[in-house]
Design a protein around this ligand. Structure first.
Ligand SMILES: N[C@@H](CCC(=O)N[C@@H](CS)C(=O)NCC(=O)O)C(=O)O
Length: 285
């Protein structure tokens, strides 16, 4: 292991605004708004403020799955939050999510608007509201929530840990890359062993646990996330690959993956969604 001992932490940490890295421009050590701007509000009860990253896609997949089930109350407006431009620090966004991260949901169908932030909390809120994709039986529900919160706790080691140091940090440092590669491979093995026994994360039923985890781990095994498919030998996690392929074959998943997408192939971008017709859904208004 190579040694990198050049940095001696000072007594009190100071904000070095020139620290570099892909997100240096938007990372700050303080919370709260940087500017005054209200969020737009469309015509549907559910207003989503998001971006098609894995954390955003979880929610648009669930909303499209609910609509595909015929839950018309799940119609929604999805507004694009450009995190590279700092839209998450507007006063309106901070009211919806004091943590200034996508996704944020505001439900206007309640007596006074209900804000929900944290992708895991949004999945639970919507699944409970529409009574779908979350088992009713207490044991099955516990299994679903266990896998849902497994991914909430695990995915930051994949994104903020491995992805950051392997792909985004201004220099490659062996210690964090090694540490997080080991953890991500362990997580893939956890998933792979579980999925060897059952079709979906929580058992025989497709649930919000799959919708939460697959945008992250499916991206890793199918789409060369962080250009790490070879480094992590993702193809060897065969059950994860099968699970991710089944997930991505679902039409509602394919629709959800396009919402709030402002990059990539032109025909797949749907920066804002206000009705099914924005996604060319037959029969939608
Ligand atoms: N724990 C949060 C994480 C959300 C998150 O990290 N969002 C990122 C995009 S994937 C973001 O908005 N980053 C903007 C920023 O950090 O300023 C959740 O699951 O909702």
């Amino acid at each position: 292991m190579s040694e990198t001992n050049e940095y001696t932490p000072p007594k009190v940490w100071q904000w070095n605004q020139e620290s570099g890295g892909r997100f240096a421009k938007i990372n700050r050590p303080i919370a709260g708004p940087t500017h005054e701007k209200d969020l737009p509000v469309g015509e549907h009860p559910l207003q989503l403020y998001s971006l098609a990253t894995p954390n955003g896609v979880k929610v648009t997949v669930l909303l499209e799955e609910l609509l595909a089930l015929g839950k018309t109350g799940a119609e929604y407006d999805a507004w694009l939050i450009n995190i590279q431009e700092g839209t998450q620090f507007s006063s309106g966004f901070v009211l919806a999510n004091p943590n200034s991260k996508i996704p944020a949901l505001v439900d206007h169908s309640t007596d006074s608007p209900t804000r929900v932030f944290e992708s895991g909390a949004i999945l639970v809120y919507l699944a409970e509201k529409f009574d779908a994709f979350i088992p009713k039986d207490p044991s099955a529900r516990a299994e679903c929530l266990s896998w849902l919160f497994w991914h909430v706790g695990s995915a930051p080691f994949l994104g903020g840990g491995f992805g950051h140091f392997y792909a985004y940090a201004p220099s490659k440092i062996e210690y964090p890359i090694d540490r997080y590669a080991m953890e991500v491979k362990r997580q893939l093995d956890v998933l792979d062993r579980n999925l060897a026994e059952r079709p979906f994360l929580a058992g025989d039923e497709y649930t919000i646990a799959d919708m939460g985890a697959c945008p992250w781990y499916g991206g890793l095994v199918l789409h060369n996330l962080y250009s790490a498919e070879q480094f992590l030998d993702v193809a060897s996690y065969r059950n994860v690959v099968r699970w991710a392929k089944d997930f991505e074959a679902r039409p509602a998943v394919q629709r959800g993956q396009r919402v709030n997408k402002a990059w990539g192939a032109e025909e797949l971008r749907v920066p804002e969604r206000h009705s099914g017709s924005d996604l060319d859904v037959a029969g939608a208004d």
